[in-house]
Structure formats: C-alpha cells, structure tokens
Design a protein around this ligand. Sequence first.
Ligand SMILES: Cc1ncc(COP(=O)(O)O)c(C=O)c1O
Length: 465
Amino acid sequence: MTQAATKPRQPELKTTLPGPRSQDIMARDKMHLSTSYMRPYPFVPDHGEGVWLTDVDGNTMLDFFAGIAVSTTGHAHPHVVKAVQEQIGKFTHVCLTDYPQEITTSLAERLVKHVERPLADGSTEKWRVFFSNSGAEAVEAAVKLARNHTGRQHIISTMGSFHGRTYGAITLTGSKTKYKRGFGPLLPAVSHVPYPNPFRPPLGSTPETCGQAVIDHIEGLFVGILPADEVAAIIVEPMQGEGGYIVPPADFLPKLRQLCDKHGILLIYDEVQAGMGRTGKMFSYQHFGNGGQDCQPDIITSAKGIASGMPLGALLAKESVMTWPVGSHGSTYGGNPVAAAAAHATLDLLEGQVQHPGCGASLMENAAQVGAYIMAELKKMQAEFPFLGDVRGEGLFIGMEFVQPDGTPDGALRDRASMRMFEKGLLNLDCGEAVIRISPPLILTREDAETGLGIMREALAELAG
Ligand SMILES: Cc1ncc(COP(=O)(O)O)c(C=O)c1O
C-alpha cells in the first residue's frame, strides 16, 4: 500500500484575532507597560514549535518574521533547548569581563573562523571578539573601538540605516526621525550619506551606477566639508534591514573598502539583521567582492540570529584593530554562558554539524535554497500584481516593495497587505516606507514556504480585486 502524501500544515485560527485571553493580556499590557511599545499585530504568543507559533487562545500562525530575524532555528528547537538546559544546570553567570569561560572562548574561536582569511605572506589574518547582550551594544562597542583605535572622532553612517536604540546607535540610525525626536543632543561628529538602493537610486544615479555615486559623494565630502583624516569609521549594513531589505550593487562594498584604505578609515559592517546565515552565507558581505575577500571589513557587529533568541551580541574586530586597553570596555552580562550555549547550538545547525530534518546539509544551505524558491515565486506574483514594484534579497532576507501607479512608495497599501496576511495566519512585519520583509526561521521547508506564499497571494489578490 502506498502511503498518502501528508498535507502541508496550515495555520489554524480558532478565534477571531485577538481572542478573549489575548484581549485580556493586551489590555493589561497597555495599562502597565511602557508607552513606547508598538502593538501593530494583535497576537499574544503562548508557545512555539519550529516555524509555528500558537497564541494564548490556541490560534496557530506560520512565522514569516522570526521575531525580527532572530529565531534562526525556529521556536523551541530541541538542539537549542537541550544546550540551554544543560548550561543553566551548570552555571548561569560568572561575569565574562573578569573571568574566562570555556563556552565563550570556544564560541569566539568558532565565530572568527567565518571571517579570518589567508594573507599574502602565508599567515592568517587574526580576529578577536567582544560579547554584548544586544545589537545596539555591539554597535556602541564598535564606535568606541573605532574612535579609541584611530584617535579620530568622526563616524559616517548611511541614510535608511538602523543600528539600535542607545544614544550612539540612534545617532547613527538614518531610517526614522521618531527615533531621535525629543531625545537630543545626540552623539557629536556623525554624518549620513545615501545608501545605494538600486530600486531608488540616489544622487541622480542609475541602478548600475548608484554604488559609485555614493563613493563619489563621500569623496566630495572629504574635499569641502569633512577632513578624511578626522574620520574614524564608516558603518554600513552590507544589506540594509529596517530601511527596506535592500541589496546594494555588487561594486559598492569593494569600492567602499578601497576608499577606506585610501584614507585610513575603519570599515564597520553591521551584520545584526542580515548576518548569521540568513542570506545563505554566514555574513551578508560575503556575497560581494570575491566571497568577501575584496571587501573585508575591520569590524563586524552581530546579534539577533546569533543565539536563536537568547540575548547575545558580538563585536568581531581584526586583532590589529582591537587595541583598546585592559578594563576600557566590558559588560556584566555580555557573553552570558547560557546565551553562549544557545549560540553554539545555533552554529551547529547553521554550519551543518547538526542537521535539521528536511533542511539539507545545513541551515545556511537551506536558507539559500528555500529563499531562491520564494524569490522565484514572488517574481511571478510581481508580474501579476503591478503594485508589487520590487522583490529583492538573498536567501531568507527578502523584501517586497509596494508602489503606487506612478512608482512612488505605497505605505498604506503595504499596511493593508500586511494586515490581511496576518489575519489569514501569516506572521509578517513591515520595514522601510512600503516594504514587507520575509525573514522566517531558517528551518523553513519548501512546503511551509508554499503555505506562506499561498497566503500572501490570496491577500494580494484581494487587494487587487
Ligand atoms: C542592523 C541592525 N543593527 C542593530 C540593531 C539593534 O539591535 P538590538 O535591537 O538587538 O539592540 C538592529 C535591530 O533591528 C539592526 O537591524
């Protein structure tokens, strides 16, 4: 007897959203938690399993946003759960600033293997790691290190960027004024330059020339406005996240590297959102310049997907750059051993030492394959729905941009599309002015991708009709 093919799992909505228990919690949440929290989607999670999240009323949704690109291995992955449970039974905290821990030493060794490269003299370029609790803290550390190492003050960042919510990080951020309004004065000596967005090329450029146009713009600043020898670092997201899931043209990062070398400026890649395997490579810059060899940064910031949701950030820097003196920087919790255990387990799955059923040799490989499938299907939808102006990305880092008939961004339509998808059981999240991001757990199978795409297509067809 042949076995019938199992039907792919579908979202299960038992109540209208939000259900009664969710409503109660949301009302209490509104009364007692900070007024700064946004609550765009009425969903109160109770438990998760893989790419599925169930709320306190028993509604099960397909997760296409992974808690903003964090839950790399999905929810409650048994390998991650076991690693965390084992570590928590050993010790939870003995401040890494003062005491070494094997679990963080070996984690640093594993992380730097993904960036260290052979040098012309036959040696290997060495890197070091500082551990924090979050992306913003890693960014703060990067700015402090860059200033401390170079003795220069100025930092250049990009428009549309997001680097976090601490004072240094919001100063660097260039995506929304609401992050800054009423909070000044911010960090001094920070400038912003356009990001080379091929769909909306800045500075009168074209999709092909926008990378060079931004480089020329920076060189122009150095002539008339900003002395290059006072610039400590340029910080850039190799693929821009909150700004709209934007992939720059292939020549941009190699040319930026050359510009930095010419002026003795450090190059910082903020890989907090696009890094840790999401794009199909460990770090997103490795899609450019000969596998990253021709656009190697000096400093990398990482967080989000690094530990499957346990709070951990990492600052990776070339050994020649990480020269700040003993005691000059630290953190009580940064490099917490439980978070580090989760990071080891996450890396096991990303690199393929441990395989996840149905996801090929490694989760990085799965991200590349399932991402390519989703992209191909979205291109088909784009041909069908003219309001889908652009679909772009790498691996499971995908953005779909909504446009008005004249090509300008259509944020209102994006909001309606996002909410319809949510109401049909697909957890998703907006970004940029008019973009929905697709950033699911990297354990997403092709079948689950089909389910999600089916929901998206239904929602888009309703908007079109
Ligand atoms: C590129 C980038 N950098 C930094 C951050 C800040 O990370 P965290 O929220 O962990 O502080 C984010 C968060 O979205 C991010 O996308």
